[in-house]
Design a binder for this molecule. Structure first.
Ligand code: AMP
Ligand code: MG
Length: 318
């Protein structure tokens, strides 16, 4: 059974230590319980996907305690300042451009140039965020595809031993996820409706806000476009080695040609390590003069499904 503790000074200190060690801590927010990990630690972020059994990498929301903690993470815009002032702390998530040297793992963004950020109001969440001083990546603390958890017991039932500590702060006040609003295009777009309504957002911004729907041409939610995660260079999958000027992205022990440049997702064949390295290594190899990126076969088990899903998109016709 997983360790469940009521929120107090000791459990917060333990939670902070665990998070600094790259472990996972479930904690209450005003929306639903979150499965938290250090957003700057690629291994911790990979283990969030693994613990949830999330079949694909859907980008994660990064939580911080106050507005100035976002300065290193994202590029502020006028609209972001307005919405931050109006609705934070609270159930609103902003999608913004990552800052140039954003310390959050690229896996948090699922390889996108953007980062989703939120400042929760729940006092226990605030206490935890202040104690760690870290940006915390946290999706809902439930197994993928299941109901979101609004009590510590839901988390324990859904995630069992896949979480190192569950902080019990009682029932969540709101119980549905935050409103996700993308501020990176000309018209703000609600990617996921939530506690803050379109009308509230339009009133605060003084402009129209679109609502994403699959049938409109509004900007897409990530993971829906077949070639969303594409690097500049062509990608060749299931390659035993590189050909001529290709760069090679290896996995496990390799005997083939390492090509013009080579990186290994996980020399020991560990899929969590590979997931943590995937987006950063793809980027590192995505430079001239290489003619393309050849990628080793990745097993279709565990996090391998998510890795292969992203690789397929990276290799898809553009
Ligand atoms: P969850 O963590 O389960 O509450 O879900 C997070 C939601 O935020 C998902 O619908 C994601 O697609 C969305 N999201 C997170 N990061 C981004 C991003 N960088 N761009 C667009 N949507 C995002
Ligand atoms: Mg969720």
């Amino acid at each position: 059974m997983s360790l469940v503790l009521p929120v107090n000074d000791e459990s917060i200190a333990l939670a902070s230590t665990l998070l600094h060690e790259g472990k996972l801590v479930a904690f209450p927010t005003e929306t639903v319980y979150g499965l938290g990990g250090d957003a700057t630690n690629g291994h911790a972020v990979a283990s969030i996907y693994k613990a949830k059994g999330r079949p694909t990498f859907n980008p994660l929301i990064v939580h911080v305690d106050e507005v100035k903690a976002l300065d290193p993470l994202i590029e502020w815009t006028e609209r972001a300042r307005v919405l931050a002032k109006a609705f934070w702390p609270g159930p609103m998530t902003l999608v913004l451009k990552r800052a140039p040297s954003c310390p959050a793992s690229l896996l948090t963004s699922a390889g996108l140039e953007t980062l989703a950020v939120r400042i929760p109001s729940n006092p226990d969440a605030q206490r935890l965020l202040k104690a760690t001083g870290l940006p915390i990546a946290a999706p809902s603390a439930n197994a993928s595809g299941k109901l979101s958890p609004t009590t510590a017991n839901h988390v324990a039932d859904s995630l069992g031993n896949n979480v190192d500590l569950i902080l019990d702060g009682g029932s969540c006040q709101i119980g549905v996820e935050s409103t996700v609003i993308d501020l990176t295009s000309e018209i703000p777009v609600i990617l996921r409706p939530g506690g803050i309504t379109r009308e509230q957002l339009e009133a605060a911004l003084g402009c129209k806000v679109a609502v994403y729907s699959a049938s409109t041409n509004a900007p897409m939610s990530p993971g829906m476009l077949s070639s969303h995660y594409a690097p500049h260079l062509p990608v060749r999958l299931n390659a035993k080695g590189a050909e001529r000027n290709e760069a090679y992205l290896a996995f496990g022990i390799t005997e083939g040609n390492a090509g013009a440049a080579s990186l290994n997702l996980s020399p020991s064949g560990d899929l969590s390590e590979a997931a943590a390295n995937l987006f950063a290594m793809m980027r590192a190899l995505d430079t001239p003069p290489h003619s393309g990126i050849a990628v080793a076969p990745i097993p279709m088990t565990g996090l391998g499904l998510a890795i292969n899903d992203r690789l397929r998109r990276a290799a898809a016709n553009r």
